[in-house]
Design a protein around this ligand. Structure first.
Ligand SMILES: *Cc1c(COP(=O)(O)O)cnc(C)c1O
Length: 510
């Protein structure tokens, strides 16, 4: 009896009415956060270690009420948040949240399934197949990437994960094809450009490709930082002559520094000649291709072996969500399957179902399809296209304003909604400075720092061919005309202040 009483007096961490009450409080908290978000400095201004000072040294012994916890979130956590959902956030590439996504994330967390195979939650697997087919259709990707052929889509947590999985698939296929030993691993070569996302290097390291065998081919400003077919061919031929084995080519649709687009068709044709796996990484810009006017950027994707894009950047979807499609699903499953007794079941035995654990590294997986499905249903294709077009239009206008002002140079033509600019090196020329790029770099870096210090906006930088640029990635869900107008006013103000100050300390400028 004593033990019965003890059990019934214990807390129930999933008591429905208490869940309802507390969850409502949190929803209210988040709604208030979004209402007030512009009051916070976009990039957190705390010092390293700030939080340790205000937090207890050990975990609480007794339960604490949600009200107290939320007060602490407001007081201690929010100051240490960089507000990626702020309309003044123009850094890196955005990860744009939405109500539809948020509700989907609530549902999937509510169910908290672990859909490693079909049986572990048939809806999770089947919905993932359905949404990846829907998006395949939206992007007008060739049918060869579809489940209706030998292909199919999967939702990974990140592009990094898709890099690793496709590299492993390519590696296993190639070693088998050569009847090669593990010792031949050191002969495998990966090709990319110096604009390819830096995480490809780490992925190569993870799968055992020697860093010496990653050909990061140099790109040029004069060619808008696209990977040159001639340079690729030269690199491949020289490796083949040296007895190495070309394995994998990573092409980018929308590079991270400047959103350059590699010429997919001609590059993938070269890769095919040498039986190289071609992956197209469209992490950021893939979203734009749901608009007919941007679809041409995907031309040539039919030559790829795999294709990925991150709905968690520009598709109203929160972290983590990366869609990957392959033309031959057995490439992934041959390399990544396991078949432990613990998970044996009739459905898997029939081979009539997809067991997504064999398409990824980890066993356990979140029901990510739920949030993507919610986004697609909540906004529809039309709503998603509107968001893309709004951001592109804002970027177009900013680009035009910068181009028309002699204080600035737009360093590369804008393809999507990211603008890369610097303080014009002509300003340096008028000072008689011998290295105008050095001076432009210095002024641009100082301009970026002074803009970010205001806390009203946040941007990040890139360096290509020694040129330092400010990247303005327009794509936060809450960003509107007035925020980009404010940004443009600030850029002009801060730059003229900076140039005037520079003129004072360099009298030869007269
Ligand atoms: C952001 C980005 C990545 C990395 O994406 P994760 O999902 O964070 O791994 C890879 N490639 C490109 C082109 C990117 O812009």
């Amino acid at each position: 009896m004593g033990s019965h009483n003890e059990t019934s007096s214990m807390m129930n961490p999933l008591e429905p009415e208490e869940f309802r009450r507390q969850a409502h409080l949190v929803v209210d908290f988040i709604a208030d956060y979004y209402s007030n978000i512009e009051k916070y400095p976009v990039c957190s201004q705390v010092e390293p270690g700030y939080l340790t000072k205000s937090m207890p040294k050990s975990a609480p012994l007794k339960p604490e009420p949600i009200e107290t916890i939320l007060q602490d979130v407001q007081k201690h956590i929010i100051p240490g948040i960089t507000h990626w959902q702020s309309p003044g956030f123009f850094g890196y590439f955005q990860t744009n949240a939405s109500t539809g996504n948020f509700l989907g994330e609530m549902l999937l967390t509510g169910f908290n399934t672990v859909g490693f195979n079909w049986l572990a939650s048939p809806a999770a697997t089947e919905l993932e197949m359905i949404v990846t087919e829907w998006i395949l259709d939206l992007l007008q990707l060739p049918k060869s990437f579809s489940f209706s052929s030998n292909g199919g889509g999967v939702i990974h947590g990140s592009t990094c994960e898709s890099f690793v999985c496709t590299l492993i698939a390519a590696r296993e296929k190639k070693l088998k094809q050569y009847g090669a030993e593990r010792g031949d691993l050191c002969k495998l070569v990966v090709y990319c450009s110096d604009q390819t996302h830096f995480s490809l290097q780490k992925a190569c390291q993870v799968v055992g490709i020697s860093p010496n065998n990653v050909r990061s081919i140099q790109t040029k400003k004069s060619a808008n930082f696209q990977l040159s077919p001639d340079a690729l061919l030269t690199a491949i031929e020289s490796d083949v002559r040296a007895g190495l084995i070309p394995l994998y080519l990573c092409l980018t649709l929308g590079t991270t520094p400047t959103t350059a687009v590699d010429p997919l068709l001609i590059l993938s044709e070269i890769a095919q000649r040498y039986h190289i796996w071609t992956h197209v990484d469209a992490a950021y810009a893939g979203s734009a291709c749901i608009c007919p006017e941007f679809r041409h950027f995907l031309d040539g994707v039919e030559g790829a072996t795999s294709f990925s894009f991150n709905p968690h950047k520009w598709f109203l979807t929160t972290l983590d969500c990366c869609c990957l499609w392959v033309k031959d699903q057995t490439d992934l499953t041959n390399a990544l399957s396991n078949d432990p007794e613990l998970l044996k079941n009739k459905a898997s035995d029939t081979k009539q179902v997809v067991d997504y654990k064999n398409w990824q590294i980890a066993l356990s997986r979140r029901f990510r399809a739920m949030k993507l499905w919610m986004v697609l249903r909540s906004y529809g294709v039309i709503g998603l296209q509107q968001v893309i077009r709004k951001h592109v239009k804002l970027a177009q206008r900013l680009e035009a304003q910068l181009s028309a002002d002699s204080n600035f140079e737009v360093v590369v033509p804008r393809n999507f909604a990211t603008v890369c600019f610097r303080v014009s090196p002509l300003m340096a020329l008028t000072t008689g400075s011998t290295n105008e790029d050095d001076l432009a770099n210095h002024l641009t870096r100082t301009l970026l720092e002074s803009l970010n210090e205001t806390g009203l906006v946040y941007m990040t930088h890139a360096v290509m061919e020694g040129i330092y640029v400010i990247r303005v990635a327009i794509g936060a869900t809450l960003t509107d005309d007035k925020h980009v107008n404010m940004l443009w006013d600030m850029i002009q103000d801060h730059a003229s202040g900076l140039l005037a100050k520079y003129a004072e300390v360099t009298p030869q400028l007269n």
